[in-house]
Design a protein around this ligand. Structure first.
Ligand SMILES: *[C@@H]1O[C@H](CO)[C@@H](O)[C@H](O)[C@H]1NC(C)=O
Ligand SMILES: *[C@@H]1O[C@H](CO)[C@@H](O)[C@H](O)[C@H]1NC(C)=O
Ligand SMILES: *[C@@H]1O[C@H](CO)[C@@H](O)[C@H](O)[C@H]1NC(C)=O
Ligand SMILES: *[C@@H]1O[C@H](CO)[C@@H](O)[C@H](O)[C@H]1NC(C)=O
Length: 376
């Protein structure tokens, strides 16, 4: 009998640790993967929709019930953030690749690294962007056009009154929703886990602020054919690419922090300026993104394409981590020598071009690439 009891205790202990792990891996980011149904398909007050969405924390689930029509835009925002992350990191060892729809980025996000910081910021930014725009387009019942006051420096005869992106609402809603998951955790003051919560909150805020601050006045001319005697202006979101560029700069200058015993983040190197709310922070060094590692969740760079003439992160030396690379030729078929025939079609020949490409060796294992490895 005591043996039975011990076994039971053991299994419960094991089970709970698995659940913990999964909970860490799941996130509202998965809304980007499982497209949320169109808002008109939601039945007001229908609970099942929110309980079926994966990755929501208890607080986020409550917000989902209250603001069901927002969920599709949160998913859209997350997707936009992930796409931007993949663009900004396309030439780097860690390329922001998503793993599956459940854990989205995989285990690497459990490490409080610079890359994790960027991912939190850019996805929070995506949510502000998507919600602000949805308000403007009249898609949400709780918000409409921006109510930002007329800028003082706007010329007097220009009208202020076009329907603008509602960044105030977008900012507030994103803060409520995205931060909910961090705010409901209750870790011991000064613990590493609390440090991670503070890191996430700071980076979420930096992402939201980037969208908020970069929104600017846009105007349109009216008046007799091109005279532009009358202008109407409104508040408009910046292109999301610009937000991504800005956050990438913040990534490059991100501040290394540690948690103090009193439960605050402080600079590891006190000679640097303390971060402002617009800056990114991290609490752990990045894992090795060169080699595949199940523990850290790193996918490694084997098989990635590299650029032989580049000195940057996409250069073969850096991308392949000094392991050498395979050279192979790929064939590209294009339309060429096109001629216009009267009337009205274009006739082309098919041309094939052979392109030299270099690819990181599959680490150690016999390579399946057609050409033997080149230099080391
Ligand atoms: C991902 O989502 C698809 C469809 O939504 C589902 O069929 C598949 O099982 C999911 N994969 C994982 C790993 O959760
Ligand atoms: C994987 O990463 C962990 C943590 O950095 C390290 O201790 C371990 O040696 C790595 N494993 C391999 C196979 O590289
Ligand atoms: C990103 O990196 C992973 C792992 O190295 C690779 O499998 C994937 O194809 C890469 N994605 C892009 C878009 O290059
Ligand atoms: C490779 O790098 C060189 C130098 O930075 C650049 O001019 C070239 O466009 C790159 N090629 C590709 C295919 O990205």
């Amino acid at each position: 009998m005591p043996g039975m009891l011990l076994l039971l205790l053991l299994t419960t202990a094991l089970l709970s640790s698995c659940v913990q792990l999964l909970a860490g891996a799941h996130s509202w980011w998965s809304l980007a993967m499982n497209p949320v149904q169109r808002p008109e398909l939601f039945i007001i007050g229908a609970q099942p929709v929110c309980s079926q969405l994966p990755g929501l924390s208890p607080g986020q689930r409550k917000l989902c019930q209250l603001y069901q029509e927002h969920m599709a835009y949160i998913g859209e925002g997350a997707k936009m953030g992930i796409k931007e992350c993949q663009y900004q990191f396309r030439q780097r060892r860690w390329n922001c690749s998503t793993v599956d729809n459940a854990s989205v980025f995989g285990r690497v996000m459990q490490i409080g690294s610079r890359e994790t910081a960027f991912t939190y910021a850019v996805s929070a930014a995506g949510v502000v962007n998507a919600i602000s725009r949805a308000c403007r387009e009249g898609e949400l019942s709780t918000c409409g056009c921006s109510r930002t006051a007329r800028p003082k420096d706007l010329p007097r005869d220009w009208l202020w009154g076009g329907c603008g992106d509602n960044v105030d609402y977008g900012y507030r809603f994103a803060k409520e929703f995205v931060d909910a998951r961090e705010r409901e955790k209750n870790f011991a003051k000064g613990s590493e886990e609390q440090g991670r919560v503070l890191m996430n909150l700071q980076n979420n805020e930096a992402g939201r602020r980037a969208v908020y601050k970069m929104a600017d006045v846009a105007c349109k001319c009216h008046g007799v054919s091109g005279s532009c005697s009358l202008k109407t202006c409104w508040l408009q979101l910046a292109e999301f690419r610009k937000v991504g560029d800005q956050l990438k700069e913040k990534y490059d200058s991100a501040a290394a922090m540690r948690i103090t015993r009193r439960g605050r983040l402080e600079l590891v190197n006190s000679r640097f300026n303390p971060p402002t709310p617009e800056d990114l922070v991290y609490v752990e060094p990045s894992p090795d993104y060169c080699r595949r590692n199940e523990t850290t969740g790193s996918l490694g760079t084997q098989g990635r394409l590299c650029n032989k003439t580049s000195d940057g992160m996409d250069g073969c030396e850096l991308m392949c981590c000094g392991r050498g690379y395979d050279q192979f030729k790929s064939v590209q078929v294009e339309r060429c020598h096109c001629k216009f025939h009267w009337c009205c079609f274009v006739k082309c020949k098919k041309c094939t071009e052979i392109i030299d490409q270099k690819k990181n060796q599959d680490s150690g294992e016999p390579t399946s690439a057609p050409q033997p490895p080149l230099s080391r």
